[in-house]
Design a protein around this ligand. Structure first.
Ligand code: PLP
Length: 383
């Protein structure tokens, strides 16, 4: 049987699949099993920030796995210790502690629990169009009846308010509010950039009323938006949730916390959380980001990319928006067909809602590759 037939036969069908078999990758390029080459503008939804096939991370993983691949957090470990220190040094504001886990949903799941344990209050305010993962707790914070309905009832205590609307958020806050959870740029929700004043008002409100501000930077983290973390361009949170590109493509997540956060001993743990293999990958990946100036690259090439996209004069485009190399092209019609046509032009892009083409290339993409993507997009939109 072919790869496609095997997967269709033996896996639960929960992912809408695209009809190619990816077999390799290098930098910002992906290769399918027919030898066709694509420019990657998806990065596995924000995972592959340092590009594919990075040798520094590969070596770090190989060496760490041989030395000590796993180490449950009941023991101390030097690699985990170094990564915790590194993350706290990178993090803005007063964030000074780390909890390690293995994915974005798990990071948000932990943050929801920490919000309750720290405040003694049950309610969380999240945003419409927000995405925080699909495990049972995180799913309650994620917007979208289509995701929630088959798994009802949801965790109680979650309220959703419109994004970038402070008055609606303030009106939803009450005596029982433990935390506000939101993305600095909504990714799945359509690449919607958070307004600075909006975030400043939320920060002030949270500080005044003993509410924790949780920022979900699972997609925006590690250079994507032109700063190491997007919250550097907004306000410092009380908890910062990370995953996706954190460990150069290996599964890893984390919650960075400040002194407002407290959790009883043993109340939240994770078997794989902080395992030395993932920690070594994360240290190596952060090293690559720093040495290759990928944060600056995201800023300059992101600006360049958006500028080139704005020059496309086609009526179908409603708006180009984004931050760094997290870019949305909103159309006046459904975007799905164009994402598929882009694949025929050897560009892999994403959707973000029905009408938005989302571009999340690895931060190592070149100006020439961006030009090729812009040209392809212009051609498919002109058809
Ligand atoms: C992808 C994503 C998640 C979920 O991460 P998983 O690793 O798939 O659980 C949560 N929040 C945001 C903002 C994301 O983009």
């Amino acid at each position: 049987m072919s790869t496609k037939e095997l997967e269709q036969k033996y896996e639960l069908a929960v992912y809408p699949r695209r009809d190619i078999v990816l077999a390799g990758g290098q930098g910002a390029r992906l290769f399918d099993d027919q030898g066709r080459e694509y420019i990657d503008c998806a990065s596995n939804v924000g995972v592959s920030n340092i590009g594919h096939g990075n040798e520094t991370v590969a070596k770090a993983v190989y060496e760490q796995y041989l030395t000590l691949g796993n180490c449950y957090s009941m023991f101390y470990n030097p690699v985990r210790a170094r990564l915790a220190e590194k993350l706290v040094n990178l993090a803005p504001g007063s964030l000074n502690r780390v909890f390690f886990c293995n994915s974005g949903a798990e990071a948000n799941e932990a943050a929801l629990k920490f919000a309750r344990s720290s405040t003694g209050k049950p309610e969380i305010i999240a945003c419409m169009r927000g995405f925080h993962g699909k495990t049972m707790g995180a799913l309650a914070a994620t917007w979208g009846p289509e995701y929630q309905k088959p798994f009802a009832p949801m965790l109680p205590g979650l309220k959703h308010v419109p994004y970038n609307n402070f008055d609606k958020l303030e009106a939803a806050v009450g005596e029982q509010t433990a935390a506000v959870l939101l993305e600095p740029v909504q990714g799945e929700g359509g690449v919607r950039v958070g307004d600075r004043q909006y975030f400043q008002k939320i920060r002030d409100l949270c500080s005044d009323r003993h509410i924790l501000l949780i920022m979900d930077e699972v997609q925006t983290g590690f250079g994507r938006t032109g700063t190491m973390f997007a919250c550097e361009q907004l306000v410092p949170p009380d908890m910062l949730c990370l995953a996706k590109s954190m460990a150069g493509g290996l599964p890893m997540g984390a919650v960075l916390c400040n002194d407002r956060v407290s959790v009883p001993l043993k109340s939240h743990t994770s078997t794989f959380g902080g395992n030395p293999t993932a920690c070594a990958a994360a240290l190596a990946s952060i090293d690559v980001i720093e040495r290759q100036n990928l944060v600056l690259n995201a800023k300059t090439l992101g600006d360049y990319f958006q500028e080139q996209l704005r020059r496309i004069e086609i009526q179908k485009i409603r708006e180009i928006r984004g931050l760094g190399l997290m870019i949305g092209v909103e159309l006046k019609e459904k975007a799905g067909p164009y994402v598929h046509k882009l694949m025929d032009k050897r560009v892999i892009a994403l959707l973000a809602g029905a009408t938005v083409i989302r571009l999340l290339p690895p931060l190592v993409i070149s100006r020439e590759e961006i030009d090729t993507v812009v040209k392809a997009l212009k051609e498919v939109l002109a058809e």
